[in-house]
Design a protein around this ligand. Structure first.
Ligand code: SF4
Ligand code: SF4
Ligand code: SF4
Length: 305
């Protein structure tokens, strides 16, 4: 069994999440060889005959696309691994800026920039937009998470390597959250830094924008559990993926309106910075953009791309 782990436009955190399995990693490598992983070893190109390829990161430039297509040819099974690969992830947010502004920020606007602040000319050109892996090639399995969580990986990795089926939860973050709905009165949307949420009641009911209702679970609602609203890092919940008329923005507005008895128009007035609050992990996904009611098209156009 030969395994490859590829890095496209991402932060390498998904690969690190595999290394963070510690002893469980030994069970994995007892059954399979990791033959290619630029983060783990000095390997420049995936070999032929890969059994399982894990692709991390979104597709943002020409090099990402070429590497993805090569891996698809060389791998029997290809897994979009992590939310960047599945839905564009935070890499998709790059569509909100122009390439020259992004490069200026990365190569000039930081303390670690080279002397002379020269923007290199040999960086692979951007594609006209960010893509999720499944927008460009056939994907056999999607493993979401930014990065995928340890408990979940310990369930799926042995099953993938042994070829066994495993039953996984299909619930949303809310379904995994044990907070109770408290009184909802004088509701208005708070910024994350406003006040300290109480630890017992639903964060959305308290006015914090918690994306739990529209987000795929398998993380044990770890952020609400630690008193932090869910910001959607596992990607969209199953109902949103399946139903063309359901989108993250419209389902959140509807959920808040149901909860507060406010008209949806009033709720919409409270929502701020839609790109970063509603679509921080999905803006680079064509599946999400192609929904008729999606706000993504307008957000990207509004950014001048
Ligand atoms: S999904 Fe998250 S952890 Fe994985 S590459 Fe993207 S940003 Fe990094
Ligand atoms: S909205 Fe957030 S805090 Fe409320 S139940 Fe869902 S996950 Fe928990
Ligand atoms: S609660 Fe939300 S943001 Fe936190 S890990 Fe789970 S899906 Fe990600």
């Amino acid at each position: 069994m030969k395994i490859a782990i590829e890095e496209l436009a991402g932060c390498s955190g998904c690969t690190i999440s595999v290394l963070d399995l510690h002893e469980a990693l030994l069970d994995l490598v007892a059954q399979a060889d990791i033959v290619y992983s630029p983060v783990i070893m000095d390997a420049k190109e995936p070999p032929e005959g890969i059994d399982i390829a894990f692709v991390t990161g979104a597709v943002r430039n020409e090099e990402n696309e070429a590497r993805l297509r090569l891996l698809r040819k060389r791998a029997k099974t290809l897994i979009a691994f992590g939310t960047c690969a599945c839905y564009g992830g935070v890499s998709g947010l790059s569509m909100l800026g122009k390439q020259e502004d992004l490069f200026a920020c990365v190569y000039r606007g930081v303390e670690t920039a080279d002397e002379g602040n020269v923007v290199p000319t040999d960086v692979p050109p951007f594609l006209y937009r960010a893509f999720a892996v499944g927008d460009l090639v056939k994907v056999d399995y999607y493993v979401t998470g930014c990065p995928p969580k340890e408990k979940f990986l310990k369930e799926i990795l042995p099953a993938l390597v042994s070829g066994n089926r495993v039953e996984l939860s299909k619930k949303s973050v809310c379904s995994e959250c044990d907070r109770k709905m408290g009184d909802v009165k004088d509701w208005h949307l708070k910024r994350r830094y406003e006040g300290i949420p109480d630890r017992e009641h639903c964060l959305l009911g308290q006015g914090y924008l918690c994306l739990g209702p529209v987000t795929f679970g398998r993380c044990n609602a770890s952020c609400p559990h630690n008193n932090v609203p869910c910001h959607g890092c596992n990607g969209p919940s199953l109902d949103i993926l399946r139903e063309p008329c359901r989108d993250i923005y419209n389902m959140m507005v509807k959920r808040i309106a149901d909860l507060t008895d406010l008209p949806q128009k009033e709720v919409e007035k409270e929502v701020y910075d839609v790109a970063h609050t509603m679509y921080p992990f999905t803006i680079g996904s064509l599946i999400m953009e192609d929904k008729e009611i999606s706000k993504i098209r307008d957000l990207v156009k509004g950014a001048g791309n």
